[in-house]
Design a protein around this ligand. Structure first.
Ligand SMILES: [Zn+2]
Length: 63
């Protein structure tokens, strides 16, 4: 069984909607976390947006 399956995600600036970053999520660890609060396990990261020229919240978006 292939256990290295990963989900690719964009990190989208919540202000200007630019896809500034690409990240990977491991479905195994995501499922383990999902036991607590499944459904609203949305990644929300503070990242620097070069378009806004400041740190903004970036949301995950499936590719
Ligand atoms: Zn932005």
């Amino acid at each position: 069984m292939a256990k290295t399956k990963r989900i690719l995600l964009h990190l989208v600036c919540s202000v200007c909607k630019s896809r500034n970053y690409t990240t990977e999520k491991n479905p195994d660890s995501a499922a383990a976390k999902g036991k607590v609060g499944e459904g609203k396990d949305k990644l929300l990261l503070k990242k620097f947006c070069k378009w806004c020229r400041k740190v903004t919240e970036h949301k995950e978006l499936k590719i």
